[in-house]
Design a protein around this ligand. Structure first.
Ligand code: C5P
Length: 216
């Protein structure tokens, strides 16, 4: 049986990696997994149960009980849930439980796009294409802020920027699977790039990898 084709996309919050992942999956007919939803679902389970985010036993249990293919983005998209997710994401037992499920998903034929923080470095180091999508913290905070306002919410830009910086520090500074580009990742800086340009650049990298794999 041929090995499934894997595209790994990593990057910080609001870098545009999720949009890029969805577009690549639709274009190439691949399954898509937003791995951040798993961490968000674990955080939300603890918040809903009124438990502290450092309750490692409850967090691990919630992670083991998840079906990561069935999570609803809308229910987990709140900015505060993302913030709480980065707190439970430092717990090694939570990561082990979710990574096991993510690897299982990655084997789905004909292939997958996974996006997150540690896909190219830890979850699928053998991925066919690795992208690291980034942008300046101020541009990412502005995107998130506009998204919240467009959805009818209320937010202060300065608070969103502080959240983004705090989340970057937590994601890049943790001991287990910190956010960093894999040595063989292609860097895409979307600070001054619109999503269409980023998509075209990524599409051409994927086309090259597919051609190489098919020996063309
Ligand atoms: O990508 P998203 O903002 O939904 O991720 C929420 C949080 O989940 C991140 O800030 C990060 O702490 C954690 N996460 C992770 N590893 C992944 C995906 C997300 O640690 N592969």
């Amino acid at each position: 049986m041929t090995k499934s084709f894997i595209i790994a996309i990593d990057g910080p919050a609001a870098s545009g990696k999720g949009t890029l992942a969805r577009r690549l999956a639709a274009h190439f007919g691949l399954h898509h997994l937003d791995s951040g939803l798993g961490y968000r679902a674990v955080a939300k389970a603890l918040l809903d149960a009124g438990l502290p985010l450092d309750d490692t036993a409850a967090a691990e249990e919630a992670a083991r009980a998840l079906d990561i293919g069935l999570l609803d983005r809308r229910l987990l998209s709140a900015h505060g849930v993302g913030e709480a997710a980065s707190t439970v994401a430092v717990i090694p037992a939570v990561r082990r439980a979710l990574v096991e499920k993510q690897r299982e998903f990655a084997g789905m034929p004909p292939g997958v796009v996974l996006d997150g923080r540690d896909i190219g470095t830890v979850v699928c180091p053998e991925a066919d294409v690795k992208l690291y999508v980034t942008a300046s913290a101020s541009v990412r905070a502005e995107r998130r802020w506009r998204e919240i306002l467009a959805g009818g919410g209320d937010a202060e830009y300065s608070e969103i920027l502080a959240d983004v910086e705090r989340r970057d520090a937590r994601d890049m500074g943790r001991t287990d699977s910190p956010l960093r580009p894999a040595a063989d990742a292609h860097l895409l800086d979307t600070t001054e790039m619109d999503i269409e340009t980023a998509f075209l650049a990524a599409r051409s990298l994927v086309e090259k990898a597919l051609a190489a794999r098919n020996g063309i």
